[in-house]
Design a protein around this ligand. Structure first.
Ligand code: C2E
Ligand code: CA
Ligand code: CA
Ligand code: CA
Length: 279
């Protein structure tokens, strides 16, 4: 029999109990978050490091919770993963991002790549290939403009199946990127087997670059190796000019972070796209 929340909570100390209570409440409320239109996307600019121009956006998921305000994806994406809710949420977010691209295009704004984060469970359980194929055709978006950011742990969970799905996505023409590179059991030998276009260097390395020559050497090596494998390199979490300069020196292709822009609401992102004082 399924225990009630109260019964489950008795076994825990008060602080743990509060935490678990919040978690269970969030889990419950997340079920209705899509239909209540509490989820939305923000778009964070990616900058071409050599030319200084806008190179694309990363779509980031947000939950406007009726009581708690904005809840971090770091808190609710794991809940969505464990409960399987990430599949409908993931469908919603890919759909929303691609429709947003079409809306910007319809408004006469330049077309640039938009990256979406796919979690392991959405990737392996949902029919992401069919979804992407249908959406790109329906919204008339050039496939290479849609980027999918995947983590290495994703392909660890079921290597053969994830490799097959990645190949199908690549065959559709979408751009595949490995997120948070350097934080997992990354190896170039392993990367070589994956049909990917891009690497995203985790912000922890970018953070350390300014103070640590080791971190600079690591980033330099990652960029050189990636380029030799014909991969473009993006650095995330750039917060200060010194990091941008150090990254440009390594030959890194793109950068993203608060130094350039915070994640923006769709309207602000559209303004960012428009030629004019912002550009
Ligand atoms: P991530 O994919 O590595 O996303 C980058 C995170 O770094 C974002 O946090 C972004 O807002 C933040 N960030 C951007 N610039 C800077 C900077 O200069 N400094 C620092 N310290 N942080 C910066 P966010 O939006 O809170 O997302 C956190 C994580 O939640 C993401 O990490 C990703 O793993 C997950 N996530 C976010 N949106 C989605 C989504 O749509 N689907 C899935 N499956 N996961 C998502
Ligand atoms: Ca990402
Ligand atoms: Ca990342
Ligand atoms: Ca991350």
């Amino acid at each position: 029999a399924k225990e009630t929340g109260g019964a489950r909570l008795q076994h825990f100390a008060p602080a743990q109990r509060r935490e678990l209570g919040r978690r269970m409440a969030l889990e419950h409320q997340l079920h209705r978050a899509i239909e209540r239109e509490e989820l939305f996307l923000q778009y964070q600019p990616k900058i071409d490091l050599q030319g200084g121009t806008l190179a694309g956006f990363e779509a980031l998921l947000r939950w406007r919770h009726p009581e708690h305000g904005i809840v971090s994806p770091e808190e609710f994406v794991p809940i969505a993963e464990e409960t399987g809710l990430i599949v409908p949420i993931g469908d919603w977010l890919v759909r929303t991002a691609v429709k947003q691209m079409a809306a910007w295009h319809a408004a006469g704004l330049p077309q640039i790549p938009v990256a979406v984060n796919l979690s392991a469970r959405q990737f392996l359980q949902g029919d992401v290939v069919a979804l992407v194929r249908e959406l790109l055709a329906q919204e008339k978006i050039a496939p290479h403009l849609l980027e999918l950011e995947l983590t290495e742990s994703l392909s660890m969970a079921d290597p053969e199946r994830s490799l097959a799905i990645m190949r199908e996505l690549r065959a559709l023409g979408v751009t595949l990127s490995i997120d948070d590179f350097g934080t997992g059991y990354s190896s170039f030998a392993y990367l070589k087997r994956l049909p990917i276009d891009k690497l995203k260097i985790d912000k922890s390395f970018v953070h350390d670059m300014v103070h640590s020559s080791d971190a600079r050497a690591i980033v330099q090596a990652i960029v050189a190796m990636a380029h030799r494998m014909n991969l473009r390199v993006v650095a995330e979490g750039v917060e200060v000019a010194a990091q941008a300069v150090a990254l440009r020196d390594t030959g890194c292709d793109q950068a993203q972070g608060y130094y350039y822009a915070r994640p923006l609401d769709a309207l602000e992102a559209g303004a960012f796209l428009a030629p004019g004082p912002h550009a």
